[in-house]
Design a protein around this ligand. Sequence first.
Ligand code: PLP
Length: 388
Amino acid sequence: MSPTDLKTAPAPSSDLASAGAILTVDLDAVAANYRQLQSYAPGAEVAGVVKANAYGLGLAPVVRTLADAGCKTFFVADATEGVALRAALPEATIYVTNGLAANAAGAYRGHGLRPCLASLGEIKDWRREAKAAGRRLPAALHFDTGMSRLGLIGEEAALVLADRSRLDGIEVSLVMSHLACSDEAGHPLNARQLARFKTIRAAFPGTPASFANSSGILLGPEYHFDLVRPGYGLYGGTPFEGKPNPFRPTVKAEARVLQVRDVAEGETAGYGATWEAKGVRRLAVLSVGYADGYFRRLSSSAGGGRVWLGGQYAPVAGRVSMDLLIVDATGIPEGKVRRGDLAELIGPHVSLDEVANRAGTIGYEVLTSLGERYKRLYTGKTAAAAES
Ligand SMILES: *Cc1c(COP(=O)(O)O)cnc(C)c1O
């Protein structure tokens, strides 16, 4: 069967032409989302959570954009991310949410990273480092109020609360906890965690407190305290599932059409021959696959993704391959889909939420799975400085 060809689409600018998939990040939208979050929590400092390469958008351009919008405090997951952030923003206050890694206190101090101390062992290590430094070292104290993940809890928390000399040498610059169910406004654990956190913060008068992530901010002013820690909202994620999204989308993902072909009735497409043509169909083959984070769960026999192509939706046909995606472009007028065209995977017609729902996951995972092969483009006021 020969590909029905196909005049070539107008050539895009040279190095873009060779990109199989393109990710366009709207930095103005990131800045607008930052300001939006600030308007929700007018009394609090709005920090930026930029772990996992700023949720896949690209650390340096995102943090420069946030700094430009007034953000001074940042949270990363581990010290490696902290070192990269320090290089991009020498003046920033940087917290490491995963705490103090074993035998790494010297590196944290060397790069001016503040661990979110989560156990007596971490506290001990940081105190030892402070002693070696001959000065108090800043850190957050992370309390677990209901997540059973990281944070001081139970006896350890009680010991720290009862005997402050256990913190000698540490400048506690933040007392924090993290919500487990903030995306479900009515979940009873929210109020329970809030009550626990209020008790803890009362034991640290004068120390800034931080509790809310993006959806936590939308739970209301009680949850704001002194510093809020949004991540997902900055990147345009929907804070409450099933509710309208107050944030601006920040990413558009597109994949190149490699080939368009007509297949006869009864022909199958892709691995496992899970899709069969019911009548003559026109298929478009796109340059993207599960290695790029286009989840295999979007195969037509599973969640069934769809892309926007030639002015209409084209559903996934068959299984998502590692590097290729077949979509059913039947009905798209002749000449409207050509080799070299771009299909929208995520964007104005295919929302992040839609992709996540169809893939059986959350938008966080969709964003942080966007692979290395995307050519990343940045638009907006801070984009020129970001291109690198
Ligand atoms: C990831 C994370 C955040 C940000 O959460 P979002 O839901 O993305 O806003 C805040 N605090 C901690 C401790 C985190 O791990």
